[in-house]
Design a protein around this ligand. Structure first.
Ligand code: ADP
Length: 404
């Protein structure tokens, strides 16, 4: 094990940094962990090895910022990686705009271009970039790779990306981008390994977590997605409303006198499963609740998934496979059963026993007679990022290399 090279993956949000470390060249996961409660006091850290054993745990009375958290992670890596050397760090970055259609080596020039995209994703992008800057300062020679949630969707047909707005507006970059691209890219890479017949198939994948979206794919390429200019469009989510008549926003501001910030909070933080149920944004809590509004929130999500499924199947001119992923998609047999029941008209026949079975990797949960194959594929955005970082490093081996 000693002196083996590895890749670190960072997924940074406003108050947390999730990380994983993968051995080269096969990318087997060595560690996974999280620093939580950044900027909020009682910042906490936990790391587990591949067997799930806790290998590091710490809490700070004060709060850490992104820079201090990255400095701590470097120190932790140095003392716990048992001779492994981090050769590159891959970052999940929410937005790459129209320019970044694949992973990219991060340097000052690229960072400056990405900083100009902050108005497109003000709630997420600054937090994705903060650890990149911290690592540049703390470990200047270490190659860093940016992997974008939008990149997979840049291949969509122009029609799928367009709003019906005048060119003076769309030319400003106001168009549909789509998100969760790393999750869909992983599904697109995994499905043909599960069943080679699905390599060229018409697939609709649903990534259903706290954020939720769906994506139509043809031959592993994104053709349409439910998220658009921002990650608030499309399906109802944990706390986001999903698709909303834009006239509602104007009404809330003009007629009800709501401030823009209040409308934003309503749409992003107070709607979706939480807003409709008044109980929780957590599907487990809703499924266990007897409150009628909890059931209504689930019903609305199932209904909206069904409507979007029809629309996405139309964009593909048919449907060969339906894939569930994300915390809800992977774990809620009840939600999958309801979605498949409503999709019977498309030729979906769920296998109830397969649907109820515990998940240990990708699984087909449709009956052999089903015209549409139904799969559950556990999300693995980290592995996708690690692959991109490894491959980019191999493609430009002359780049700076440094130990962490
Ligand atoms: P994120 O988008 O933050 O990565 P996840 O993919 O972890 O979120 O998904 C979180 C969602 O998954 C929550 O709504 C949670 O309730 C749901 N979930 C997790 N486990 C289960 C389960 N066993 N049954 C139903 N829902 C579950």
């Amino acid at each position: 094990m000693a002196n083996q090279d590895c890749i670190a993956v960072i997924n940074a949000g406003s108050s947390s940094i999730k990380f994983s470390v993968h051995a080269l060249p096969d990318l087997a996961r060595l560690f996974t962990g999280k620093i939580d409660q950044l900027y909020r006091g009682n910042t906490s850290f936990i790391a587990r090895d591949a067997g799930g054993q806790t290998v590091g745990e710490q809490t700070w009375a004060a709060s850490l910022d992104h820079h201090a958290a990255m400095a701590f992670l470097i120190e932790f890596a140095e003392s716990h990686l048992d001779g492994h050397r981090v050769r590159a760090v891959g970052h999940r970055i929410v937005h790459g705009g129209v320019d970044f259609s694949g992973p990219v080596r991060l340097d000052d020039a690229v960072l400056a271009r990405l900083a100009r995209l902050i108005p497109l994703a003000p709630l997420h992008l600054p937090h994705n970039l903060a650890p990149v800057r911290a690592l540049m300062a703390l470990s200047p020679g270490l190659p860093q790779v940016g992997c974008f949630d939008t990149a997979f969707h840049t291949a969509q047909p122009a029609l799928a990306q367009a709003f019906a707005l005048p060119p003076a507006i769309t030319d400003l970059g106001i168009r549909r981008y789509g998100f969760h691209g790393l999750s869909y890219e992983y599904i697109a890479a995994t499905l043909p390994q599960c069943d080679p017949a699905l390599a060229g198939a018409r697939v609709v994948a649903a990534h259903l977590g706290n954020g939720a979206s769906m994506c139509a794919m043809l031959g592993g390429r994104s053709m349409a997605s439910t998220m658009g200019f921002t990650a608030v469009d499309g399906l109802p989510m944990g706390t986001r409303c999903g698709a909303l008549d834009p006239g509602v926003v104007i009404y809330l501001i003009d007629e009800m006198g709501m401030a823009v910030g209040d409308v934003q909070r309503l749409m992003y933080n107070e709607s979706g499963l939480l807003g409709v149920s008044g109980v929780s944004s957590d599907m487990r809590v809703l499924e266990a609740s007897s409150a009628p509004r909890a059931q209504l929130a689930i019903d609305l999500m199932v209904y909206r998934i069904g409507r979007e499924l029809g629309s996405l199947a139309a964009s593909l001119q048919g449907l060969d496979a339906l894939v569930f992923s994300g915390g809800i998609g992977e774990n809620s047999a009840r939600l999958r059963a309801a979605v498949c029941r409503d999709a019977a008209w498309l030729g979906v026949e769920l296998d109830p026993a397969g649907n109820a079975a515990p998940l240990a990797g990708p699984a087909c949960i449709s009956l052999p007679s089903s015209r549409v194959a139904v799969w559950v594929v556990p999300a693995n955005e980290e592995l996708m990022i690690a692959r991109h970082a490894r491959d980019l490093l191999a493609a430009s081996p002359g780049g700076n290399r440094a130990d962490v």
